[in-house]
Design a protein around this ligand. Structure first.
Ligand code: GMT
Length: 369
């Protein structure tokens, strides 16, 4: 098949899922064209059958903002026309799904598959300024997927749509390559490592991560690694300085190779206000790291409470800290949880079977099934 994939070029989340799906499809012999405002970080190497198209919205003095959605729709139509695309797979509804529908009007043989990831439904998508168009995109796409049952149900409830939505979760590959042992870079000997990875947006509740750490450090020797960047980083760093533990918290900024950090972590923290799936939690689990997260959204579909981590109410930093102390004080328990987590991540959420499901969906919408 000849498939176009439209996504944001993020270090995590939908950008990673879209790029890894594209790479896996290319490895299976399909021709893949990725369309994004800049090269997605996971696409930096040269790979066979995978092509990148940069989307740029030309500006003009009359425009208040450059119309990116139209530039994207134009690019999709152009690539579809000249490379014979059969499908556009839009990752994150806004604006990728609407742009794909515009491209389908220009190139009527195109089929549109939309994957809903999270805030495109739960936060921005339900804002009145976008809701009617998101609803239309969900109704008019030839195939729609959501990354968890929670997100599928939430989509039907919020948009009042009654159509088939396939639930296809995020996925991970087995952490194959040898990695440098970075434990000594992160913490002194016999000191545990807590890790958080996110885009530091309000929905991630990074201040809760610090409050959990503050409580844990009163009980056991521990360091905190904060990977990523975003609007709440400045406040988070200031908090660490004000509370006098800045030297115990390492803010790494955005990292492409999160595997190296995860391989040296003892517990992963994800206290989000909402999370449709929680790819970062799954990646931690794939590296045998137990997860402590909020019992919210799709996270209970990923993390089993008491088996591969713990789930607590949003904002309950005392309970999350108590869980972390419990894991860190019992090495046997921590290892057992880590093993269970890895088994679940690489079993239920293995790349191969998940990409099979996307492939099957493409064939279905093309009428090949
Ligand atoms: O929705 C977002 O905040 C961003 C989005 C993304 O584009 O990275 O993240 C969502 O998609 C991920 C990949 O499917 C999920 O693992 C995340 O849980 C989800 N984020 C939220 O729901 C907050």
């Amino acid at each position: 098949m000849r498939i176009g994939i439209s996504c944001y070029s993020t270090f995590g989340g939908s950008g990673v899922v879209a790029t890894e799906v594209g790479k896996a499809l290319a490895a299976r012999g399909h021709e893949v064209h990725i369309l994004s405002p800049s090269v997605p970080p996971r696409l930096l190497g040269f790979e066979d059958r995978i092509n990148f198209h940069e989307v740029r919205a030309t500006t003009y003095p009359l425009f208040e903002d450059a119309p990116y959605s139209i530039a994207l729709g134009s690019k999709m139509a152009d690539v579809a026309e000249h490379h014979g695309l059969e499908i556009i797979h839009a990752h994150y509804a806004i604006p990728h799904a609407m742009a794909a529908l515009l491209a389908r009007m220009a190139v009527p043989r195109l089929k549109v598959v939309t994957t809903l990831h999270g805030t495109d439904i739960t936060v921005v998508g339900s804002d009145p300024s976008y809701l009617p168009m998101v609803r239309m995109a969900i109704r008019e796409s030839d195939g729609v997927t959501a990354v968890s049952e929670y997100l599928r149900d939430e989509t039907m409830r919020t948009f009042g749509v009654d159509r088939e939505i396939d639930v296809i979760g995020n996925f991970v590959e087995p952490p194959g390559q040898e990695r440098p042992d970075c434990r000594a870079w992160l913490a002194p000997k016999s000191t545990a490592v807590l890790t958080h990875i996110s885009n530091f947006r309000p929905v991630k509740r990074v201040m809760d991560v610090l409050k959990v750490f503050e409580r844990v450090r009163a009980e056991v020797p521990v360091r905190l690694v904060m990977v990523g960047d975003g609007p709440d980083r400045v406040e988070a760093e200031a908090y660490c300085r004000d509370r006098g533990f800045a030297s115990e918290v390492r803010f790494t900024g955005k990292q492409l190779d999160i595997g190296t950090v995860l391989a040296c972590s003892d517990v992963f923290l994800l206290p989000s206000a909402t999370e449709s799936f929680g790819l970062a939690a799954l990646e931690a689990m794939g590296h045998r790291v137990p997860v402590i997260a909020s019992r919210v959204g799709g996270l209970p579909e990923v993390v089993r409470h008491g088996v591969d981590g713990f789930l607590e109410p949003v904002g309950d930093v005392d309970a999350m800290a108590a869980d972390a102390v419990e894991i860190l004080r019992d090495d046997t328990r921590r290892r057992a949880m880590g093993l269970a987590a890895r088994e679940r991540a690489l079993g239920t959420f293995a790349e191969g079977p998940i990409v099979d499901r996307y492939e099957a969906l493409y064939r279905r919408v093309l009428g090949h099934a």
